[in-house]
Write a protein that binds this ligand. Structure first.
Ligand code: GLY
Length: 310
């Protein structure tokens, strides 16, 4: 049976290469997605996810993550989690619970501690320096503090037809303490149904959650639309709605895959990278862009891959 995996941003490449082996071996999409997202979380050079993530306004790294099993529709999520190594694994653990599946702040940390997760300081010296630099820029140049927010969102389909989706992010750079974005919110940052497909989003959480875009994409795929059509329709519909009603729309990019391993991508920004591997396609990094109301994409060069982390 077909298998495949798709993820937001170039930072997922090394994880996707590993996940491909797991899926090829016939193992579960839950394990493939968790392994791949853990690899992004553990890498300090990927600075908007996990260890070395972007700090909030108090120079604390507060992490959001989620996991969904498309067979059972089980969900686990954490928001504003501090000082734990792999938020996505904590979300996966929460997915096994019947109640209390979405925990935030100290409640999420207490759960992680009690269930044996490793506690480490997630703030690196590099992130601290970036924080001081950014704070100075904000005061000196009156800049908008809210940028640099790239979620890793990943959809995996295994040979048995199970679809899993997961997200992990440190959220907006300089966000308010306690701010939670779209990434751990079911239907906004992610959604999966093995009978249909799954989707995940990255960009400005405050706008993504206004359209519940991941659920919208899965609903469109359920109506029979190809993932590429579903992704573009959902992103440009929300983009237009936000511009019509609010004058502007934040960054919105999505990836999705249906239960046949067909995939789609859409963005309203100029450069959105993503990574795909399927039973008929080796792990490939693409760069998508938005022009004339459409998403186009091309394969990234080796040089681009070697010189970019986002
Ligand atoms: N999309 C991630 C966030 O807004 O936190």
């Amino acid at each position: 049976m077909a298998w495949g995996i798709i993820a937001t941003w170039r930072m997922a490449l090394e994880g996707i290469i590993k996940a491909k082996e797991i899926l090829e071996n016939g193992q579960s999409s839950l394990d493939a997605v968790e392994t791949a997202v853990n690899m992004v979380e553990d890498c300090p050079e990927y600075r908007s996810v996990g260890y070395g993530g972007l700090p909030n306004e108090n120079c604390q790294v507060e992490l959001d993550a989620a996991f969904m099993d498309g067979d059972t529709l089980s969900i686990g999520a954490v928001g504003g989690l501090r000082d734990f190594k792999n938020p996505v694994s904590i979300a996966r653990k929460l997915m096994q619970e019947k109640f209390n599946i979405f925990l935030v702040g100290s409640g999420a940390e207490e759960y992680a501690h009690k269930t044996g997760f490793e506690r480490i300081n997630m703030l690196t010296e590099y992130s601290k320096k970036e924080w001081y630099k950014k704070r100075k820029e904000i005061y000196d140049k009156n800049l908008n503090p809210y940028d640099g927010h790239d979620t890793v969102g990943m959809v995996g389909l295994d040979k048995r037809g199970k679809i899993a989706v997961a997200t992990s992010t440190s959220g907006l750079f300089m966000k308010k303490h306690g701010r939670v974005g779209d990434s751990p919110l079911s239907g906004s940052g992610f959604y999966a149904d093995s009978k249909i497909g799954a989707a995940s989003a990255t960009g400005l959480g405050e706008d993504i959650m206004k359209g519940c875009i991941s659920y919208e994409i899965v609903s469109l795929m359920d109506k029979g639309y190809h993932p590429q059509y579903a992704a573009e329709y959902a992103v440009y519909n929300l983009n237009k709605k936000l511009i019509d009603r609010r004058g502007k729309a934040g960054d919105i990019s999505v990836v999705c895959m249906n239960n046949k391993g067909e995939w789609g991508v859409a963005t309203n920004i100029n450069k959105f990278s993503f990574v795909v591997a399927t039973d008929s396609q080796k792990p490939t990094v693409y760069i998508a862009s938005f022009s004339n109301g459409k998403t186009t994409y091309k394969e990234a060069s080796r040089e681009w891959i070697n010189t970019h982390t986002e």
